[in-house]
Design a protein around this ligand. Structure first.
Ligand SMILES: *Cc1c(COP(=O)(O)O)cnc(C)c1O
Length: 455
């Protein structure tokens, strides 16, 4: 074997060993950040080092500070694992080092995005004519979707925002649910609209937007450029906005609907949960993550737009003659990046690995595990604070201080990992079931550990 093969094989073998260790290793990081900093610090080397030595040093420095978030008992934030074929595709993508700018720089990368994009739209029930930008995360997907929204609502008011910016532009109204994800605000900041532009719409009991309030807030303002941000999958409760009714309301008023569906949009992929996102096809743009519930490796997300021309008008800087395909906008025309890595290979591989049935089963399994978690903790005498409609469970252990103590004890224990959150002015443990490898036994073991630590 030559040196390069030995080097790559060393990295791949190590990654596989690590993956195999996930079900059994403590879930939190064995060492804290300070120790990790120590392991990586040191002077900039003056001279080159042999690659095998560099990889060996990296393994030694990184290993103790790794968090087993790809494993079956990590329930923090909304974090998925990474499917085997998708991970292998990611390794190949690194090996191929493709520039996914357009069809001239990598026909294969563009073709993978096109094929995977078609499959994604089919699975999610997004119109086949929509465009798809392959981006880093749902933060980026929200930014792209809202950039398209900004373009269109201002174009309809006779204003070319790409050329003229926002100075002197007609005012843009932005309505969003009171329990929207923080990335919506950051996207609005980056787009020059500012976070204060948001007219918050109160949420109903489980965290979905209240339709009557949406109607009132829409009516309360003047007609003209209006963007409405809806949500599929409240990051605390999992609740999905009633997309059909909300889209119809906005349509009557006039305006662009953007749906932040980082994880909740995947409800569309199972017949059992599809009703939760009924009507999603009526929206104008959608943001969805691959690296959360679909269990693709980081980083991977999708910005869909019902109007490819609007999508490209908002994002592309390339003159038509530069776009190698000469056809529909693709690749870097649909994202905020210019040079990009080839994310489409891992998406294509992950979707082939699961197939339609596998994606639907993954969604169903996580929802069933979330109910099992909730039932287990309820039976142990704790309070489940949300209606468990999807893969998210919120648990209270008495007063806020006690809940925080239980969360800290669970994180230190290492059997499983769950985060703390504040929802409706209460501290709660947030448990997200998003990993394809989690089993009923993992849930039962975690319930037992949490019960023991809370006692
Ligand atoms: C996670 C999440 C985001 C942000 O996604 P990233 O992939 O972290 O950029 C946005 N919205 C919702 C509802 C989320 O759950």
């Amino acid at each position: 074997m030559d040196e390069l093969s030995r080097l790559f094989r060393l990295a791949a073998d190590h990654a596989a060993d690590y993956r195999r260790s996930l079900p059994d290793r403590p879930v939190g990081a064995p060492i804290g950040q300070a120790a990790s900093v120590g392991a990586f610090s040191g002077p900039l080397p003056a001279t080159p080092s042999p690659p095998p030595q560099v990889v060996a040093d990296l393994l030694a420095a990184a290993e103790p500070g790794l968090v087993a978030s790809a494993g079956p008992r990590y329930f923090g934030f909304v974090v998925g694992g990474a499917l085997p074929a998708a991970t292998a595709a990611e390794i190949l993508a690194a090996g191929w080092d493709q520039l996914a700018f357009n069809a001239v720089t990598s026909p294969a990368a563009m073709a993978a995005e096109a094929a995977a994009g078609g499959w994604l739209k089919e699975l999610l029930g997004i119109p086949a004519s929509a465009s798809v930008g392959f981006v880093t995360g749902c933060q980026a997907a929200n930014t792209v979707g809202l950039a398209a929204a900004r373009h269109q609502v201002l174009a309809e008011a006779g204003w070319d925002v790409e050329r003229r910016g926002l100075l002197g532009a007609p005012p843009v109204r932005v309505l969003a649910g009171a329990e929207r994800h923080g990335t919506i605000d950051r996207s609005l900041r980056l787009l020059g609209l500012g976070a204060d532009v948001v007219e918050p719409v109160p949420a109903g009991p489980n965290g979905a937007i209240d339709l009557e309030s949406l109607r009132e807030v829409l009516r309360a303002g003047p007609p003209g450029p209006t963007i409405v941000c809806l949500q599929a999958g409240n990051v605390n409760t999992g609740a999905c906005d009633q997309l059909r009714q909300a889209c119809e309301l906005v349509r009557r008023h006039g305006g662009w609907v953007h749906v932040d569906g980082a994880f909740g949009l995947w409800a569309a992929a199972s017949p059992a949960t599809r009703h939760l996102v009924d009507g999603l096809e009526l929206a104008d743009s959608w943001a969805c993550d691959g690296h959360k519930w679909l269990n693709l490796p980081y980083d991977s997300a999708f910005a869909f737009c019902a109007r490819p021309d609007v999508h490209a008008a908002a994002m592309s800087y390339a003159a038509a003659y530069l776009v190698g395909s000469g056809g529909a906008p693709a690749g870097a025309d649909l994202t905020a990046e210019s040079s990009r890595r080839a994310r489409g290979f891992a998406v294509w591989a992950g979707l082939r690995e699961l197939g339609r049935d596998g994606v639907s089963a993954l969604v169903d399994r996580c929802c069933a595990l979330a109910r099992r978690f909730a039932d287990g903790l309820t039976a142990a005498g704790f309070e489940v604070a949300n209606e468990v409609v999807l893969n998210q469970v919120l648990v209270g252990f008495g007063d806020d201080a006690r809940t925080d103590r239980v969360v800290a004890a669970v994180q230190a224990d290492g059997t499983c990992w769950a985060g703390g959150t504040t929802w409706r002015n209460r501290r709660l443990m947030r448990i997200s079931l998003s990993n394809a490898t989690t089993t009923e036994a993992d849930v039962d073991r975690s319930v037992a550990a949490i019960t023991r630590l809370a006692a």
